[in-house]
Design a binder for this molecule. Structure first.
Ligand SMILES: *[C@@H]1O[C@H](CO)[C@@H](O)[C@H](O)[C@H]1NC(C)=O
Ligand SMILES: *[C@@H]1O[C@H](CO)[C@@H](O)[C@H](O)[C@H]1NC(C)=O
Ligand SMILES: *[C@@H]1O[C@H](CO)[C@@H](O)[C@H](O)[C@H]1NC(C)=O
Length: 434
């Protein structure tokens, strides 16, 4: 009797807790122990390659390389036509002075703390640490488009000292040639405040023409739209590009730290779905749990916005066109969209890769945890979906234990930085990643 009673109580409690908080759905592979991403790169610390040993000693001596102050943020991947071994790129933003270069590629050189990284396009692009504004000052994220061009977003600041205007470079990866360059005008960024962290390209479906480029200013709490045809840009800033007080604290693996960041993630409705529904820009703030969307028709319409001249009080423009899709209950960092319209992101709590089908309501039941891994998915800041040499989509994720790097410090006896991957088909069908 007593026992039955207890069980009833427990059932009741768990039922009501579930209703109160809502539950995420688990992915098709949940429960299989083998369900984990495939590890591609792991490092206790980043190993930087320098042109000469003398140069390594110089930057160490001058405080331009401080080994305990480097944190990778993003990963990007490029499969040269037909080649099954991709080039892997990494960003290492200059949060502080001691980062020798902020955009790199992974070599085959195995070193004590991890595989060696080398500067991309080359070391000279990074060597001035903000003195030469034609070089790269601090790269947060990149996007490699389907036409083999890497779009590089450079925030222009080091620890909020604005050495240069934020800028975008596009480099054709096969030839190494710069194919586009745009410096943001003074009117669309906030000197010593803005931090441009994410770039998304609106590519024409049938050729390699670019329509608009979207850039997230996480600390300035806004989104900048750049129109390639007219070479104008404008700034979008309203209550939806801001953080929320309840989500300013991030807790990962039991450790907490504070971040007060607005807009971070920008993805677009895939071309394949644009006939069924209007194309949207999906976005969210980092210190928030709200998922937003706004039609491209609205954000791309220059006449609505104050071109090249953002006015600080103008937070009302087209506000009724912004859609609050729903709340997820935790923060999401790196974000990517699959060709079938699955929006993936690196969820903070629980540490996981979460998926949402953009055709369904944004409710807990429709938020699926594809992979949950408290150990190997600690702060997924970089997430990309790329097409491999066989034309199949793959997910690539960078995790960096930011809760330690921005908190008590990293433990260099452990693996801190990981790049992991999985085929999108395998991921969605619960099949092993490798
Ligand atoms: C590995 O990283 C640690 C922590 O930054 C550093 O003290 C050490 O010098 C590094 N080892 C090598 C061989 O670079
Ligand atoms: C930006 O910061 C630098 C260095 O602290 C300072 O010299 C400059 O006046 C600042 N500019 C503005 C517009 O705040
Ligand atoms: C752009 O906005 C203007 C001003 O509100 C409006 O008159 C025009 O119809 C819009 N264009 C499109 C293509 O929606």
């Amino acid at each position: 009797m007593q026992r039955t009673y207890c069980i009833r109580i427990i059932t009741l409690v768990s039922c009501c807790l579930a209703i109160a908080t809502g539950q995420y759905s688990t992915g098709p592979g949940a429960g299989y122990d083998s369900k984990a991403l495939e590890s591609v790169f792991q490092a206790r610390n980043l190993e930087f390659g320098f042109p000469t040993e003398h140069e390594r000693e110089r930057v160490l001596r001058e405080g331009l390389y401080i080994p305990d102050s480097v944190v990778p943020l993003d990963v990007d991947v490029y499969y040269t036509h037909g080649d099954k071994t991709p080039s892997i790129f990494v960003t290492i933003p200059r949060f502080s002075k001691g980062v020798p270069f902020s955009l790199a590629y992974v070599t085959n050189e195995v070193r004590p703390n991890g595989t060696e990284l080398r500067a991309y396009p080359n070391y000279e692009w990074h060597q001035s640490h903000g003195a030469d504004c034609n070089g790269l000052t601090s790269v947060f994220r990149t996007q490699i488009d389907e036409c083999g061009r890497m779009w590089i977003l450079d925030s222009g600041e080091i620890d909020f000292v604005q050495h240069c205007a934020p800028q975008v470079y596009a480099i054709d990866l096969a030839s190494g040639n710069v194919v586009h360059h745009y410096r943001l005008p003074r009117g669309v960024f906030k000197m010593n405040v803005s931090r441009f962290v994410t770039i998304t390209i609106e590519l024409d479906d049938h050729n390699c023409d670019v329509g608009h480029i979207y850039m997230a200013d996480s600390i300035g709490h806004g989104i900048v739209v750049y129109d390639m045809a007219t070479q104008n840009s404008w700034r979008i800033e309203n209550k939806f590009t801001f953080p929320l007080q309840e989500f300013g604290t991030f807790t990962v693996a039991g450790e907490s730290f504070e971040l007060w960041d607005g807009s971070v993630a920008l993805t677009l409705t895939p071309h394949g779905l644009s006939e069924q529904s209007e194309r949207m820009l999906y976005f969210h703030s980092l210190s928030s749990d709200i998922q937003m969307a706004v039609p491209l028709r609205v954000v791309n319409n220059a006449s609505l916005w104050n071109v090249n001249n953002w006015k600080p009080n103008d937070v009302t423009i087209a506000l009724d066109q912004f859609v609050v899709l729903g709340k997820r209950g935790s923060q999401c960092v790196g974000t990517a969209m699959s060709e079938t319209g699955m929006l993936l992101c690196g969820l903070v709590q629980p540490s996981s890769i979460m998926a949402w089908n953009i055709r369904q309501p944004y409710t807990r039941k429709n938020l699926v945890l594809l992979i949950q891994d408290d150990h190997r998915l600690q702060f997924v800041s970089g997430l990309k979906i790329v097409r491999n040499h066989e034309g199949k989509e793959e997910l690539w994720a960078m995790s960096n234990r930011l809760q330690k790097a921005f908190g008590p410090g990293l433990n260099y006896k452990e693996i801190n930085f990981r790049i992991q991957k999985c085929g999108i088909h395998e991921l969605f069908h619960g099949l092993p990643c490798h």
